[in-house]
Design a protein around this ligand. Structure first.
Ligand SMILES: Nc1ncnc2c1ncn2[C@@H]1O[C@H](COP(=O)(O)OP(=O)(O)O)[C@@H](O)[C@H]1O
Ligand SMILES: [Mg+2]
Length: 252
């Protein structure tokens, strides 16, 4: 593998006196799609947030193109925030803003010289891409969970990111909406974007991931490449129970 775009180096993350992520060293390859899988509550979202630089490790380091994220200056941090976009598991839209405002803010921050009409055009474009067809001048609370996911996805696409962090990004979506997002991810893959996602959906993992990493008890277990993934008959079991370490049927 070439230079990793993101690297976790012996990371420990604790909160409220609990070690949520432990002894974790992982490398994410540029231009590849990595799926983080495993049972609920085992640390997948925390690993994703650490990789996205949204959480600072208690011990160890997270590197972006070889630079310690915790030591990045304001300009480097801002560039990284523009380059890397996140879809949160709970969508995390601003409750007291309408959808248009939620989508306008990142453009205002990252492209301060952009004209209002151009912002509006870009917002209309991404909303259409994700297939949201209802009013965008309503607050997130008016939307279903699935619709909130669509808007969160649209927000992630806004600034044309190079790196995407997607947490349970098809959860609560109907098949048509999920398929639309899958197609969007395929397009991003063709453009050689780096994608790191968390999912429980076997079909999505098999279809989209180049590499699969299981997280169990806050630690990476099995790491599989696409070939091993296709051959692996125990994948659903791995996702549900998170068999760690033992590459049963997974080794080439
Ligand atoms: N900031 C936090 N403070 C305390 N506990 C947390 C925090 N974040 C996550 N946890 C706990 O850590 C565990 C792993 O969480 P998470 O990474 O969200 O798991 P997953 O995404 O695999 O379901 C859970 O038990 C969760 O409640
Ligand atoms: Mg999670």
């Amino acid at each position: 593998m070439g230079e990793p775009i993101i690297e976790l180096k012996d990371v420990l993350f604790s909160a409220q006196n609990r070690e949520i992520v432990r002894h974790t060293s992982l490398q994410f390859e540029e231009g590849k799609t990595t799926a983080i899988v495993g049972p609920s509550g085992e640390g997948k979202s925390t690993v994703l947030k650490l990789a996205a630089g949204l959480l600072i490790p208690t011990e160890g380091m997270v590197l972006f193109r070889g630079k310690d994220m915790a030591a990045m200056n304001r300009a480097q941090n801002s560039a990284f925030r523009r380059e890397g976009a996140v879809v949160f598991q709970d969508s995390a839209l601003w409750a007291n803003q309408d959808l248009f405002q939620c989508l306008e803010l990142p453009l205002k921050i990252h492209f301060p010289k952009m004209k209002a009409e151009d912002r509006k055009a870009r917002i209309t474009e991404v909303v259409k891409e994700v297939g949201y067809t209802k009013d965008i001048h309503v607050r997130p609370a008016m939307l279903s969970m699935g619709e909130q996911k669509l808007i969160a996805f649209a927000r992630a696409l806004l600034c044309r990111p190079e790196l995407l962090f997607l947490d349970e990004w098809t959860e609560s979506l109907d098949d048509t909406a999920a398929q639309r997002l899958i197609n969007l991810v395929r397009k991003l893959q063709a453009e050689k974007k780096t994608i790191i996602f968390v999912s429980h959906d076997l079909r999505i993992i098999k279809n989209l991931a180049d590499i699969v990493i299981t997280i169990v008890s806050g630690q990476p277990g099995l790491i599989m490449t696409k070939d091993q993934l296709i051959k692996n008959e125990n994948l659903s079991e791995i996702i549900e129970r998170g068999i760690a370490g033992d590459a049963k049927g997974g080794a080439p």
